[in-house]
Design a protein around this ligand. Structure first.
Ligand SMILES: C[S@@+](CC[C@H](N)C(=O)[O-])C[C@H]1O[C@@H](n2cnc3c(N)ncnc32)[C@H](O)[C@@H]1O
Length: 241
C-alpha cells in the first residue's frame, strides 16, 4: 500500500507551539522531508521539531528550496520549479515503498509555504495521492501576540501581504485596510519604512523579529528608523486604530 504525505505546520519557532497533532504525525512518520532555504544552512522547521520529537531512527531527507519570488499564474523560475520537481520525485520514491512522509514547514502551511507547491507538484503526478495538511501557529498570530495587540476586532478589516510589492501597489492596499500585516520585510525595510512615514503610519507600526524564538525583538514607531538590519524572520504589523 502507498504511503501518505503530510505537510505539517510546526509554528513560528517556539517548540511549545508545535501542536500535539503535528508531534504525533511526526512521531509516526518514518521519513521526514525537511526544507532548507540555504544550500548549506540548517532547516528551521527541523530545529523547531527536534526538541519535541526525537529524530533518531527517522530518515531525515534535507532538500534545498531557493528563496525566489513566485508570482501565481506565471511560470515559476526554473531553479525553483526544478527544486519542487526533485522534491516530488524523492518523496514519491518513499511513498511508493509504503512509507508515510512528513514535510514539516515553518508556521502554517497555508501561508506562503513551500509545502503547498510540493503538494501541487505531487498531485499533478499522482492525483489520488493521500495528502493531509496539518495547520500550525502562523508567525502572523505569534507576532501579534508578541506585540500584545489584536489583529482585527469588530468590523475591522485585515490584510496580509508580502512587503516586496512595489510601493504603488503597497500603498493602495494599505489605504484600504485597518490592519496590515507585512511579511518578508527584511530585504525591503528602508523602502517600507519610508512609505509608512509618507502615509503618516509609522507610529502605528510594530516590527516583530523572531517571534516566539529566543532572540525575539519588538520595535515600535519611530524607533524603527534607527533599528539594526532586521532578521529574516521579521513581520511588521500596522494597526491603524
Ligand atoms: C515564507 S513566509 C512563511 C510564513 C509561515 N508559513 C507562517 O505561517 O508563519 C516567511 C515570512 O514569515 C515571517 N516569519 C516567519 N517566522 C517568523 C517569526 N518567528 N517571527 C516573525 N516573522 C516570521 C517573516 O515575515 C518571513 O519573511
Amino acid at each position: 500500500m502507498a504511503g501518505r504525505f503530510f505537510v505539517i505546520g510546526v509554528g513560528p519557532g517556539d517548540p511549545e507551539l508545535v501542536t500535539m497533532k503535528a508531534a504525533r504525525i511526526l512521531r509516526e512518520s518514518p521519513v521526514w522531508f525537511v526544507p532548507r532555504g540555504h544550500q548549506d544552512g540548517e532547516s528551521t522547521a527541523l530545529a523547531i521539531v527536534e526538541p519535541v520529537v526525537d529524530s533518531g531512527g527517522k530518515e531525515v531527507m534535507n532538500h534545498y528550496f531557493p528563496m525566489k519570488r513566485i508570482h501565481r499564474g506565471e511560470t515559476p523560475d526554473p531553479e525553483v520549479a526544478e527544486a519542487w520537481r526533485q522534491a516530488a520525485e524523492a518523496i514519491l520514491v518513499r511513498i511508493r515503498q509504503g512509507d508515510d512522509v512528513a514535510f514539516p514547514t515553518l508556521g502554517d502551511p497555508a501561508i506562503y509555504s513551500t509545502g503547498f507547491y510540493v503538494c501541487e507538484t505531487l498531485l499533478a503526478q499522482v492525483p489520488d495521492l493521500h495528502v493531509e495538511i496539518i495547520p500550525g501557529v502562523s508567525a502572523i498570530g505569534a507576532s501579534a501576540a508578541a506585540a500584545g495587540q489584536p489583529l482585527c476586532l469588530g468590523n475591522e478589516r485585515l490584510v496580509v501581504i508580502p512587503a516586496t510589492f512595489e510601493n504603488g501597489r503597497l500603498q493602495g492596499i494599505i489605504e484600504q485596510f485597518d490592519t496590515i500585516v507585512l511579511m518578508k520585510v527584511h530585504r525591503v525595510m528602508d523602502r517600507v519604512l519610508a512609505l509608512l512615514g509618507e502615509m503618516d503610519l509609522l507610529e502605528h507600526a510594530v516590527l516583530v523579529e523572531r517571534s516566539s524564538q529566543s532572540g525575539q525583538r519588538i520595535t515600535k514607531g519611530r524607533h524603527l528608523l534607527s533599528a539594526p538590519e532586521p532578521h529574516y524572520f521579521s513581520t511588521i504589523i500596522v494597526r491603524k486604530s
